[in-house]
Design a binder for this molecule. Structure first.
Ligand SMILES: *[C@@H]1O[C@H](CO)[C@@H](O)[C@H](O)[C@H]1NC(C)=O
Ligand SMILES: *[C@@H]1O[C@H](CO)[C@@H](O)[C@H](O)[C@H]1NC(C)=O
Ligand SMILES: *[C@@H]1O[C@H](CO)[C@@H](O)[C@H](O)[C@H]1NC(C)=O
Ligand SMILES: *[C@@H]1O[C@H](CO)[C@@H](O)[C@H](O)[C@H]1NC(C)=O
Length: 881
């Protein structure tokens, strides 16, 4: 042990990675943040009762202070949600609203019982929720069952800096008209237009959300640190336990208590800072500060986490059903050098009997970083290479970044430049030029709908030569990353379509990029195949078109551990297809860490190994045999559970529930789970407790819930909820438990890729509930790649195991959606039941065929062999006692 630790320490000392803090702003280096945060004296706003106008869904009124006049709108939305918008009255300039985050126009619903008395206006939203708007000073309270739950502006922090023309000699405060950072000047021709307000949560001790930060799942008090920052940035070697901004932003906060869950979306795409004050027992105060845009707050009233998943996803959208390969295993590195390298790696997986669905190519596969092209020497015959992968059911993912090489021999550059499609300079003229992988580069202005249309068409087979329907897309560097720009991104004062400055739209640049790519992939096949797009930068609503990974992490134990809260935070913020680079991007990885990371990856929604170009090669068979075998086992486990994963992704499209869930999301009133970020739920059935510490070979898992029973998935142990259970976790093992009362479909035969397992039979794992009388579960099946499921070519069904009486138990299947018809000929191969407290005397299929079984009284397990019934036809298996 000592030797190992010394070795590890040595490794750390010689290869330390660290972020360069000086490259990125602190709140006190951003003039607007400093003004809102440090100086809390306000003139205060009052609502003018004479200005109130009301119709069925909206109440409108004016707020005035000595500084300016604002317009307040409160809008009722369907499903226990509403929206509060504060805009400038008669603004000098249009403010940017990132409506691209929304899944269409939010559906309005009636606000009822609007009553104005002298000092306040009352609105009833639904049964037990009341909004009360106090006129002077202005504040808005949300009461649930007559108890205060959320208050807006109760600390009077509303501050709205108006666009204006500069008056010479007037002091508007430091940094109001221009500021500088790292040698970059930011001009502000209309002055600062920043906004801020306090939003306080009453009756809560836990807040979650605000991805992306390399910090815990529970949001922490920020009195002695910087606020949480949301400003999409390419942070080289990011550090842990930090509120620094990272690659993406979802300005969404979930408040949760034993009896209540509520959330808010702060719909603003500018640089945003959020202070959190969690000192007050049972009240958490937040202060939202954005550099420009509107105050536009969506409030979701819950009352449970599952209600929030539904309410939030109905406003920002769901992740569409991915093609099946997208949720299998992906093999990536920067870079697979040439076609023979790709062929050898693909063959290596077969040789070592490790399944793999997707090979990836990073920037070097292109002709000098000109995306949509191929390096003519190393990738001379890409269609042959892709076809060779396709024979094994495999796909290829190519990188397509937004920076476009400035090169008059490059058709993408020429088309964009000729049409004025690039983001413009500060004066609104000429294309803005930055520096990135290809050298001098220009950046398409995706804010312009015409540019998005052009970008989509670049994926057409007539334009992206030598690509085909098996080529999918990876959008990296889309914060956007600009190597020579302020904070490694674009200057804030350069110009976009519609006269907006970059500062207004910054946090949606990535979303506009990856959603255009996604549409391009749909269009190129005439809408036949489901696309797969991975993005690094994201915003609320990114889930409608992309999977997200946590960017350039490091091969250190801390980064593996941090990946759990980072993925959970994204998951509860509406983005379900998420993962971290398996193995860690920077630095070489040692065997034990690599194995543990594969185990975590196998249970993360997006499962991809990736490594920096300077890292040693990492294909599993390059490690010693025991390491390879442990990795092989983890990857095969992913394929074993793939049918369950696929079903969860389908169910997300209906319910908005994430696939990977914090334990409290499934057990909302179990307070012991509220701070838990060492384990998580996969759907409602599996509790996963990865090992994320060096030298640990066991875990203590907390079994959540009330009157539940949990079964060790790969063992014989079972235990009631509310306790902590000790589980062995030898190096090739990840502890997983199945909740009693659930049924999981798995595929026990593992092949080279998920496509080749498509018609394989299913095994059902049934875990009886605590009293041994019931369990149920679901399965979703379709062709795994086309949109034919939208025309009814699918099967969505339920299995139910139940005690009929002391002499009879049954297992029955039925369709849950009669619109679906699927001819997959998938059968049930075996059924494994746990918690069987009776001895069967015979087992019959559909009352006619006698089935072979094996009962183990000491383990209380019953295995029913080869019923071989077609899953898509209803069947009943009778267990006669
Ligand atoms: C109510 O007024 C708002 C604007 O004040 C408008 O957007 C909305 O469509 C109106 N709704 C109805 C039902 O008239
Ligand atoms: C892609 O799929 C579509 C729809 O099946 C088909 O029409 C088209 O020929 C395919 N394109 C290529 C390049 O394989
Ligand atoms: C939690 O909720 C469940 C289901 O509503 C209930 O049966 C149980 O008693 C509650 N537990 C606690 C500790 O409040
Ligand atoms: C499974 O059983 C639970 C508990 O009885 C029930 O709430 C749920 O709706 C059932 N699910 C299906 C798909 O039938």
């Amino acid at each position: 042990m000592l030797l190992i630790s010394l070795f590890l320490l040595g490794g750390l000392l010689t290869q330390t990675t660290a972020v360069d803090q000086t490259k990125f702003k602190k709140c006190n280096q951003a003039a607007f943040c400093k003004r809102h945060r440090d100086d809390k004296t306000r003139n205060g706003y009052s609502l003018d009762p004479n200005s109130i106008q009301v119709n069925e869904t909206t109440i409108e009124a004016h707020l005035t202070s000595v500084e300016n006049k604002l317009q307040l709108n409160v809008v009722g939305l369907k499903d226990s949600s509403f929206r509060i918008i504060v805009n400038e009255f008669d603004g000098f300039r249009l403010r940017f609203q990132p409506v691209v985050a929304l899944d269409g126009k939010p559906i309005q619903e009636k606000l009822s019982n609007i009553k104005t008395k002298d000092e306040k206006t009352l609105i009833a939203v639904n049964g037990d929720v009341t909004i009360s708007i106090f006129h002077s000073p202005f504040k808005l309270d949300i009461l649930k069952k007559n108890e205060l739950a959320i208050s807006v502006n109760s600390d009077n922090l509303l501050k709205y800096e108006s666009f204006r023309s500069k008056v010479e000699g007037k002091d508007d405060g430091e940094g109001f008209w221009e500021e500088e950072f790292g040698g970059h000047k930011d001009s502000k021709p209309y002055g600062s237009s920043s906004i801020g307000i306090d939003i306080n949560f009453h009756g809560f001790d836990h807040l979650y959300g605000l991805p992306e930060h390399a910090d815990g799942l529970v949001l922490k008090d920020t009195k002695n640190t910087d606020p949480y920052r949301l400003y999409n940035l390419d942070v080289f070697e990011y550090e842990l336990a930090s509120k620094m901004a990272l690659y993406g932003s979802v300005p969404y906060v979930v408040a949760h208590s034993k009896s209540n869950s509520m959330s808010i979306l702060w719909l603003n795409a500018a640089e945003t800072w959020i202070d959190i004050d969690n000192d007050h027992k049972n009240t958490i105060k937040t202060h939202f500060i954005s550099e420009s845009g509107l105050i536009d707050i969506f409030v979701f009233l819950g009352p449970t986490p599952n209600d929030l998943h539904r309410q939030y996803s109905s406003v920002t959208g769901k992740y569409p059903l991915p093609p099946q390969f997208a949720i299998a295993y992906h093999q990536c590195r920067w870079n697979y050098k040439d076609e023979s390298d790709v062929a050898k790696v693909s063959a290596g997986f077969d040789e070592h009997d490790i399944p793999m669905d997707v090979m990836w190519l990073d920037i070097e596969h292109t002709d000098n970083k000109k995306y949509f092209t191929w390096d003519k020497y190393n990738f001379a015959k890409p269609l042959q290479m892709i076809a060779d992968l396709a024979v094994k059911g495999r796909k290829l993912v190519n990188i397509v970044d937004p920076h476009i090489k400035k090169d008059t021999g490059y058709y993408v550059f020429n088309e964009a430049e000729a049409n004025g499609y690039f983001v413009k300079n500060v004066n609104g003229e000429g294309s803005y030029q930055g520096y990135c992988w290809p050298g001098d580069s220009m950046y398409p202005d995706f804010v312009n709908p015409e540019v998005r249309k052009w970008w989509k068409a670049l994926f057409g087979f007539d334009k992206y030569l030598l690509s085909n329907n098996d080529t999918m897309i990876w959008n990296d560097m889309n914060e956007p990353s600009v190597f020579n720009g302020p904070e490694i991104t674009m200057p804030k004062d350069i110009k976009h379509h519609g006269g907006f400055e970059h500062r207004d739209i910054h946090n949606v640049y990535g979303l506009l990029h990856h959603s255009s790519s996604y549409q391009g992939i749909i269009d190129r096949s005439g809408g036949k195949y489901r696309p797969f797009v991975l993005t690094r930068s994201f915003f609320a609503g990114s889930q409608r078109s992309a999977a997200v990974w946590t960017g350039d992490n490091t091969a250190e134990w801390g980064h593996l551990k941090e990946s759990i809260p980072m993925l959970l935070s994204l998951s509860i913020s509406g983005i379900p297809h998420v993962g971290a680079d398996v193995g860690g991007f920077f630095k070489d990885v040692e065997d034990q860490l690599f194995i543990r990371w594969y185990q975590m990856g196998a249970f993360s929604p997006f499962f991809r190994a990736h490594a920096h170009i300077d890292c040693q090669r990492r294909e599993p068979w390059l490690f010693k045999s025991a390491t390879k075998l442990a990795i092989r086992k983890a990857i095969r486990q992913r394929y074993f559970f793939l049918s369950y994963w696929y079903t969860l992704f389908y169910e997300h499209t209906i319910s908005g529930k994430p696939v990977m869930r914090p334990v409290w999301s499934e057990f909302p009133n179990d307070t012991d789970t509220f701070d838990d970020e060492s384990q998580f739920m996969l759907g409602n059935a599996l509790l996963v407790h990865p090992v994320v510490d060096a030298g640990h070979f066991d875990v203590n898992a907390y079994l959540p819930g009330d009157n539940e029973i949990w079964y060790e998935f790969d063992g014989d142990m079972s235990q009631e909820s509310g306790s902590i259970i000790y589980l062995d976790a030898p190096i090739d093992h990840i502890p997983i438990l199945q909740k009693g009362g659930t049924i999981i479909p798995v595929r026990a035969r593992i092949r080279r890729s998920s496509k080749l397992m498509q018609k394989d039979p299913i095994t059902l794992y049934i875990a009886s509930n605590l009293d041994g009388t019931h369990a149920n579960g679901t399965i979703y099946l379709d062709d795994g790649e086309t949109y034919d499921y939208k025309d009814g070519k699918f099967f969505y069904g339920a299995f139910e195991y139940k005690r009929v009486n002391s002499k009879l138990y049954t297992i029955a299947s039925k369709s849950l959606d009669q619109k679906g018809i699927y001819q997959g000929e998938v059968t049930v191969e075996n059924i494994m039941i746990r918690g069987v407290q009776y001895t069967p005397s015979s087992i019959m299929l559909d009352e006619s065929i006698s089935l072979v079984y094996e009962y183990n009284p000491s383990k209380q397990t019953l295995t029913i062999k080869k019923p071989d019934c077609d899953i898509t036809h209803s069947f009943t298996i009778s267990i006669i006692v």
